[in-house]
Design a binder for this molecule. Structure first.
Ligand SMILES: Nc1nc2c(ncn2[C@@H]2O[C@H](COP(=O)(O)OP(=O)(O)OP(=O)(O)O)[C@@H](O)[C@H]2O)c(=O)[nH]1
Length: 523
């Protein structure tokens, strides 16, 4: 797995995790605040719905209290006058105040007046109100001036009803009876209330509540005299279904109010959340890709260049090549560091190479260098048909010199001879080398036998001129050299070198301090 993929994976994971955490936090906060706002709105709505009915009940209460606290009504309760009643509290007076029912009962629970009126002006058939538990409640002395109101179940439907104690205008007078006023809670009234409250609630006359409802946490305090204190609810994905149990003045279940409230806020919140989530995911992905792009250009691409150049270096095993990665940042510094290291290695390799090809005592090329050059020049001689001469030079009785003067003095002699050989060769293609203890070689390309002999003799002369004493020599009291030489012919290198060795052997054998040349193989 490449570093680019790893980085990209890391970014995606990090940003993904970050987005997920933020989204979870956002969702938690959002749903908590939306829930709170929605709950407040629900309470307001349900209270508004109940307050609408309460307001109707209050209007009914005021009107019935008005009719009950009237001297004429007080007199009627003691001495009923049907003509007066018809005009003032009877069916004719009911229309303007939207009463559906007026009932007057005296102190002895005798029904004095019972008028009903539908919205269309017809009378209603309400036999259950002139006897039974409702009538018992209507005829009891309430012992108070404030009318008692609530709901009532009748054959014509649910009815708002208020019972008021009949009194004089100033509220005085003994108990002479009650006046009960009612108003049908029919669809006309429900529609009016729906319009007023701007809430689409429904009135159902069924008594039982559906199964599986939950109790709404806040009590419905506005409606203590028309129903239970609690609201029930069920909630769907987009809607809250509210249920309110209506109870009559006898505390019996008589109907249900339902209200469906759309969860617009939650819907909008969910939409907003989805949008934000999409934005988060896109931003996280976009940022990861952008970072990946920049990292690729700033890092990965350049790292690849560096790796490729290092691979090439390794494959070619060359130290003179340099990394071509520029820049002053960390990668640029790394590349310049590698280049410095390469320069150091190159320098070390060059000097090691030089050391491995140089004789440490005389600073002349050693046997390894000589062998390499010999192979090179021998091949060239074969190719170009140009003469190649080889001289092998050996110090005479050098063992005795060492024995007599000591090894360090012998080293000095070897250095002197090396100087002479180095100064004797004038062409850049000539090579003077120390190939063994006191044995030297001169490789002379493009030199014939005569030239080689001449050079050998000049070396001997130069040594003579230095006049280096060698009292232990069996030949002379000075240091002398024996030189064997040969010109390369159509033969192997070994044969060529062997001929030179034989020439040297001959020089030794014939008395030393001389040059013997073998030109035998030349054509
Ligand atoms: N001082 C010194 N002596 C060396 C070095 N290398 C080889 N020798 C000595 O050179 C001597 C070579 O001796 P031999 O091969 O017997 O030959 P020689 O005494 O020169 O006799 P001929 O070659 O027959 O004239 C030995 O004593 C080696 O120890 C060196 O680097 N320094």
């Amino acid at each position: 797995m490449g570093i680019r993929f790893k980085l990209l994976l890391t970014f995606v994971l990090c940003f993904g995790l970050m987005a997920a955490l933020n989204l979870a936090q956002l969702e938690h906060n959002m749903s908590a605040s939306y829930d709170a706002i929605e709950r407040r709105e629900m309470i307001e709505n349900s209270n508004r719905m109940l307050q609408g009915i309460q307001a109707e009940l209050l209007a009914l209460s005021l009107q019935s209290a008005d009719w009950a606290a009237w001297n004429a009504t007080y007199e009627f309760a003691q001495k009923p006058d049907p003509v007066w009643a018809e005009e003032n509290i009877g069916v004719n007076a009911m229309k303007p105040v939207h009463f559906s029912m007026v009932l007057v009962v005296d102190a002895k629970a005798k029904l004095l007046l019972f008028e009903t009126r539908s919205a269309s002006g017809q009378s209603l058939n309400l036999p259950e109100l002139s006897s039974g538990p409702y009538f018992a409640l209507f005829s009891a002395d309430a012992n108070g001036g404030t009318p008692q109101c609530g709901l009532m179940q009748s054959q014509a439907g649910l009815m708002l009803v208020c019972r008021a104690r009949i009194s004089r205008n100033d509220g005085s007078g003994e108990f002479v009876g009650n006046l009960v006023a009612g108003r049908l809670l029919d669809q006309t009234l429900v529609s009016k209330l729906r319009e007023q409250t701007q809430l689409k609630f429904e009135l159902h006359e069924q008594r039982g509540m559906p199964q599986g409802l939950q109790i709404w946490p806040e009590p419905a305090s506005a409606a203590v005299n028309i129903g239970s204190q609690s609201l029930m609810f069920a909630h769907g994905k987009d809607l809250y279904h509210f249920y309110y149990q209506l109870q009559d003045v006898l505390k019996q279940n008589v109907g249900i109010l339902t209200l469906d409230v759309s969860r617009d806020l939650t819907k909008q919140g969910n939409l907003l959340y989805r949008n934000v989530a999409q934005l988060f995911v896109l931003t996280a992905l976009g940022t990861a890709l952008l970072l990946g792009f920049f990292i690729h250009h700033l890092l990965i691409r350049r790292l690849r260049v560096l790796t490729n150049e290092l691979t090439t270096l390794e494959q070619q095993s060359t130290w003179h090549t340099r990394i071509k990665l520029s820049g002053s940042d960390e990668l640029g510094q790394l590349s310049s560091g590698i280049n410095k290291l390469l320069a150091l290695i190159e320098q070390q390799v060059t000097s090691l190479k030089l050391l491995s090809l140089t004789d440490p005592l005389t600073a002349l090329p050693n046997r390894r260098e000589f062998d390499a050059r010999l192979r090179q020049e021998f091949a060239r001689q074969k190719r170009q048909r140009i003469p190649l001469a080889l001289l092998t030079i050996d110090v005479d009785y050098f063992k005795f010199y060492n024995d007599h003067y000591g090894h360090p003095a012998g080293d000095l002699i070897l250095k002197e001879i090396a100087e002479i050989l180095a100064s004797a060769v004038s062409r850049s293609s000539d090579l003077a080398a120390r190939i063994g203890g006191e044995e030297f070689c001169l490789l002379l390309p493009d030199t014939d036998a005569a030239g080689a002999v001449l050079l050998a003799e000049s070396i001997r002369s130069k040594l003579q001129a230095r006049n280096l004493p060698h009292v232990a020599s069996l030949l002379s009291d000075r240091v002398t050299l024996s030189i064997g030489g040969a010109i390369a012919g159509d033969e192997s290198i070994e044969a060529f070198v062997s001929r030179t060795d034989h020439a040297l052997y001959r020089a030794k054998h014939e008395g030393r301090d001389r040059v013997c040349f073998d030109a035998g193989a030349t054509e």
